[in-house]
Design a protein around this ligand. Structure first.
Ligand code: 9D3
Length: 238
């Protein structure tokens, strides 16, 4: 799958492409990620990508023209590579990202993402070029780059052959197994006791019992209790 990100900070992509599961997916060629800087598509001597908003008010607006030229350049290169160009604008005004939507997008052969800075993007660019606006939640960030990388991460780990069978996609929190959505149960590993011999931080006895039926039942109850206490909204939707 191919990702093209339009951003004035293309170097930020190293955080995604250099580490862990996503880094390996790029190394193996399962995923291609390219940053595009709208400053490279300016025509003025100052390489301006922003200006003051019509009507006044605080902050700056990202200019239509450099963004349009950048999008045209991305689309030219993508179509040369036989890739379609669904364009997603990461925006606080977007629909909240869901696991369902990440899964749907993972079936596309490529996406173009636009990360805004300043107060946002000239609305005419959104109307003419953007297919979908996505937010990653109701909190204020400084720009769309981290949301774009969150979106890519959520998609890349769903691509066939990206996760080892050690970390299966199937049994996890937020997987859409049937209609059941529960938070994950608690996990423990060695040592059995932490904080010394009289330590009270012990591993729950049942997990050491070897009774796999009993362990599955205990985990199920833990997951249900956590969901009830921390995320009752997840139970209400079904
Ligand atoms: C404080 C500035 N706000 C004025 C009411 C508007 C605003 C503009 C730009 C707020 C944040 C941003 C930058 N954020 C994003 O581009 C963004 C974002 C986010 O802030 N939260 C969750 N998802 C996303 S997706 C893109």
């Amino acid at each position: 799958m191919r990702f093209d990100l339009i951003t004035i900070f293309p170097e930020i992509l190293k955080a995604l492409t250099s580490y862990g599961v996503t880094g390996r997916a790029v190394e193996r060629g399962q995923v291609e990620v390219k940053g595009w800087n709208p400053r490279d598509y300016t025509t003025d001597g100052y390489r301006r990508v922003d200006d003051r908003p019509y009507g006044g008010g605080p902050g700056m607006v990202m200019l239509y023209e450099p963004l349009k030229r950048t999008i045209d350049a991305v689309r030219r290169e993508q179509s040369g590579a036989g890739v379609t160009s669904h364009l997603i604008y990461l925006s606080p005004q977007g629909k909240p990202l869901t696991q369902q939507r990440a899964s749907e997008i993972s079936k596309m052969d490529g996406v173009i993402m636009l990360a805004g800075r300043y107060e946002g993007v000239d609305e005419r660019l959104i109307e003419a070029e953007v297919d979908e606006e996505i937010s990653i939640g109701d909190y204020v960030l400084s720009g769309g780059e981290l949301p774009a990388m969150v979106l890519m991460d959520s998609i890349i780990r769903l691509l066939p052959g990206v996760l080892g069978h050690a970390d299966s996609v199937i049994e996890e929190s937020f997987s859409t197994l049937g209609s059941e959505i529960l938070l994950d149960y608690p996990h423990y590993s060695r040592p059995e006791k932490v904080n010394g011999e009289d330590g009270v931080e012990k591993v729950p006895e049942v997990l050491l019992s070897g009774d796999h039926k009993k362990i599955a039942k205990w985990r199920r109850i833990q997951a249900e209790n956590r969901t009830t206490n921390r995320r009752p909204d997840l139970l209400l939707h079904k």
